[in-house]
Design a protein around this ligand. Structure first.
Ligand SMILES: C[S@@+](CC[C@H](N)C(=O)[O-])C[C@H]1O[C@@H](n2cnc3c(N)ncnc32)[C@H](O)[C@@H]1O
Length: 345
């Protein structure tokens, strides 16, 4: 689906809540996806091909134009180098790219220890970060952490993560989203920021110089490990990253439960002027809405317009939508990413 069609459909969806101007951010129509996952099709001559599922059928494909250029260019090279032993019982290949790195994951229905030497050789020959996985086993060659360098309003920001982290699927649009969030924060209003669903600090790191203190929370241990590392990479000292689910964070603010993970943090000392949320597709639960609607400014990044609409219907009892943006994060698909900035009525 083209962005123009998505814009029309989604403007109509939100028309009862917002009738101001919606900012629209276009993505390149191809070569934008940082992650590409394929099945493997074994033909009658024992040759392997990348494949995708369509109507429960595995369809071999020659190329995948949505993937970033580095992935597209590497796809045929990898296949040429996969020998018979490596091809046997290979059922999937995943690519993850950044501006600086590429990692390849091979998925097997067999004991990967048996092909250890072949895996090692291909990772050396092609000089790639290679991960092999089979049920309950993972072997990593050349490391699995990827470095990323974002350009935010002309400033370079550095990140490290691996493919166990949540990663925004379109780097170009990710930079635009971060810049849009920054543009919602007026310098004179800045105090402290509360962020939920912070991942490895994708937004947090870029926002650090705009706030006095930041409390950023997230459910995944891996994401928090990288978030802490990303503070060091960017010389940032004013963010407290804490592994807490949104449910736990609500309990902590309500003083319903004490958390060891918050033992060095006094929630009462924060003077929160802004809340940033970027939840999974399911949106916000009732308790999170109750928690965030106490604060003056809310910035909501959403990958699901339907749950966003439900949540905005409640948030609009206490807040007013000031700005709205559509980001074509998933170009040429029906999916749409939205950004909404609300302030207390
Ligand atoms: C859409 S991602 C956004 C991540 C980050 N903001 C970014 O830009 O990379 C949602 C994040 O919420 C986390 N998450 C999922 N359920 C959660 C929950 N119940 N409480 C806290 N975090 C959760 C996921 O691990 C994921 O990192």
């Amino acid at each position: 689906m083209h962005f123009e069609e998505k814009i029309i459909l989604n403007k109509a969806l939100f028309s009862s809540l917002f009738n101001g101007e919606i900012q629209c951010f276009n993505s390149p129509s191809s070569a934008y996806r940082t992650r590409a996952e394929f099945s493997i099709y074994h033909d009658e001559n024992n040759k392997i091909h990348y494949a995708m599922h369509e109507n429960k059928k595995k369809i071999p494909i020659q190329k995948f134009e949505k993937a970033e250029k580095v992935i597209q260019e590497f796809m045929p090279i990898l296949l040429e180098n996969i020998n018979e032993k490596l091809a046997h019982k290979l059922f999937g290949i995943e690519f993850l790219s950044t501006k600086l790195d590429l990692s390849v994951t091979l998925l097997y229905h067999k004991n990967i220890e048996e092909i250890f030497e072949d895996l090692k050789k291909i990772s050396c020959d092609l000089n790639i970060k290679l991960i092999a996985r089979s049920k309950g086993k993972k072997i990593v060659f050349n490391g699995e952490n990827l470095r990323q360098e974002l350009d935010i309003n002309g400033k370079k920001i550095f990140y490290e993560f691996n493919n166990e982290c949540f990663i925004q699927p379109n780097t170009y649009i990710n930079e635009k989203m971060i810049e849009w969030v920054l543009s919602c924060i007026k310098k004179d209003e800045k105090k402290d920021l509360l962020e939920l669903y912070c991942g490895y600090g994708n937004f947090t790191i870029a926002l650090a110089s705009n706030f006095n203190e930041i409390l950023a929370t997230e459910i995944s241990k891996k994401n928090i490990e990288f978030a802490l590392r990303n503070c060091i990479l960017n010389d940032i000292l004013n963010i407290s990253f804490v592994r807490l689910s949104s449910e736990e964070l609500s309990q902590a603010f309500e003083k319903q439960r004490e958390f060891n993970r918050l033992k060095n943090i006094n929630l009462d000392t924060f003077n929160i002027s802004h809340v940033l949320v970027d939840p999974p597709r399911a949106g916000l639960d009732e308790n999170v809405i109750k928690l965030i609607n106490k604060f003056q400014n809310i910035i909501y990044i959403s990958c699901n317009p339907i749950t966003l609409k439900n949540d905005l219907e409640i948030l609009c009892n206490t807040h007013k939508i000031i700005r709205f943006a559509f980001f074509d994060q998933f170009a040429n698909t029906p999916h749409l990413e939205c950004g909404v900035y609300l302030t207390q009525k």
